[in-house]
Design a protein around this ligand. Structure first.
Ligand code: MN3
Length: 210
């Protein structure tokens, strides 16, 4: 079974005015579709066919550059669409495990927001900023170049990503041109904290003890 481009969980225009419909349409129907098709082509008739994307990424150093770039692009965008919502933004509810963990590991929501925003703003060229769960069930912020991510064995910091922000120019240039910080600010207005806390709970067996 080849990897499938997922439908967006909302309309292309749903995240306006924060992220414009044309950017969303090109990003999903051209860029994400391209990564999906190129990943399928790269693994066709190899022993990677039929494997879970997480398992492919965990050993990506053994595979081709095409698998690394397109496998990362496929996974990263699946996550990106899911952790945004037209009903998103603000801060997670104080009752949620993700809120409690952010306070525990960053001190305050604002401190987390600053670290995550800086990770995205200072990523040179194209890449991603991440909020991840490490093997000790603690949160950390990191950033990766190109379509790498923290699941990959080539990543500087390993963890399970639960929030990812695309800072490639294709994610914002039509509306924000070179103003990446304005896009980062707008991204915080569409974060689906319910989806992030669900990912946190799934990544972190100890979440119920918070
Ligand atoms: Mn992208």
């Amino acid at each position: 079974m080849a990897f499938q481009l997922p439908d967006l969980p909302y309309a292309y225009a749903a995240l306006e005015p924060h992220i414009d419909a044309r950017t969303m349409e090109i990003h999903h129907s051209k860029h994400h579709a391209g990564y999906t098709n190129n990943l399928n082509a790269a693994i066709k008739d190899t022993d990677l066919e039929g494997k879970k994307i997480e398992d492919i990424l965990a050993h990506v150093s053994k595979h081709s550059t095409a698998v690394r770039n397109n496998g990362g692009g496929y996974y990263n965008h699946n996550l990106y669409w899911e952790i945004m919502s037209p009903d998103g933004g603000g801060e997670p509810s104080e009752r949620t495990n993700i809120y409690k963990a952010i306070i525990r590991d960053f001190g305050s929501f604002d401190a987390f927001k600053k670290e995550f925003s800086t990770a995205g703003a200072t990523r040179f060229g194209s890449g991603w900023a991440w909020l991840c769960v490490d093997k000790n069930d603690h949160l950390f912020v990191s950033s990766t170049p190109n379509q790498d991510n923290p699941l990959m064995d080539v990543a500087d910091k390993h963890g399970t990503p639960i929030l990812g922000m695309d800072v490639w120019e294709h994610a914002y240039y039509l509306n924000y041109q070179n103003r990446r910080p304005d896009y980062i600010s707008a991204f915080f207005d569409v974060i689906n904290w319910q989806a992030v806390t669900e990912r946190f709970n799934n990544a972190n067996p100890g979440a119920s003890n918070l």
